[in-house]
Structures are given as structure tokens and as C-alpha cells.
Design a protein around this ligand. Sequence first.
Ligand code: SF4
Length: 198
Amino acid sequence: MKSRTCNMESCPLHGGRPVWGAGSSSPICMLIGEAPGPDEDTYGTPFCGKSGQELTMYLKQFTKVSRERCYITNLVKCRPPNNRDPHVDEIAACEDYLTIEIAEKNPSVIGTVGRVATQWLLEIKVTMERVHGIPFRWDGVIGKSIIVPLYHPAYGLHSPRQMRDVIEDFTALGRVIRGQLKPRANNDIEPDYKLEEE
Ligand code: SF4
């Protein structure tokens, strides 16, 4: 997938260099972030650089899974300008690629890294504070999976309390992978109505 270019000229991000997903062909879990950042754009690999090192460390120490056993990708494959969040039309334009990745890898567990990926996959406007570390059932692309919303590893750099949140999330991800933590139905979450109005 790495060498493939994108001909989606209607996508607002068209013209960037796509950073395709990477990792195991039969992953123990799939991790989905929002978009490539500057390091990813430079090296053409998702979650590399500082945030990639953090992710690899959290996976190894707290999920007890090596990065090589995962598949890592983003909602949009091209870097949005000025590191902003991807817009809805950009995510929608790129969604076919994510659908193909999920269908090909058929992960039983998906970690959504950060708010944007979490809200998109769960199809609900909700704050990370309310859902992080909680596994939800997901009727996915070709079957049932479990989604675990995860705070972004960079969030843990802000304070010891925030680092604890990230550790809890990656620990929960490991427990879900090992079948020690059962999922909730995703339709039992109420949206945050203030966010819905945005
Ligand atoms: S973000 Fe996705 S759809 Fe848009 S140009 Fe890049 S690869 Fe193509």
C-alpha cells in the first residue's frame, strides 16, 4: 500500500503525500489516529517521531503487546495544514481507504487514538473524558469488533494526572485484547449536546 498515490482530486487534502497504514497483516489490534503530523509526513510512516516512541512504549509496557503485532493507521492519510484537526469532508473523502484497511485486517479490537478518531468511529459527539478506556461493541465493516477510545500518547506529556489516564487506557486495551474486559453497547452513550450543536 505504501507506494500507492491517491487520485481523489475532490479531497481538500489532495496534493499531499499520503502516509499509508503500516504493521502486521493479521494484527492483534488496529490503532487509528486522526492524521499524519510533521514527522509522519517526512518519513511516510504513521506514528513515528516522538509520539510514535510514546505509543510504542505504552503498547509494550501497559498493553503488553509489541507494536509489530498491531496495525497502525489514520483517518486521513495526508497531513492537514498547520497540524489542524482533519475536517469532516476530508475524513469522508478518505474513508474508503480506512474501510479497505479494516476489511483486509479484520481486527477484533480497535483502539481509536484521540478525540477525532473516537468520535468518527463511534459516530457520536462525546468528550474523551467520558469514554476513554471504556470498550464498546462496534458493528464494523465486515463483522463485530470492539472499540477502545484511547487518549493520544502526547496527552500524557502534560501532567502526571494525564499520564495516568493514558496508562489506564493502554492497560484497558490490553485487558480487552486478552478477553478480561467486556465491551458495552455503543448505543448506551448519550452524546454531549453542546458538542452536537457545534
Ligand atoms: S487525505 Fe485521503 S482521500 Fe484525501 S488526498 Fe489524501 S489519501 Fe486521498
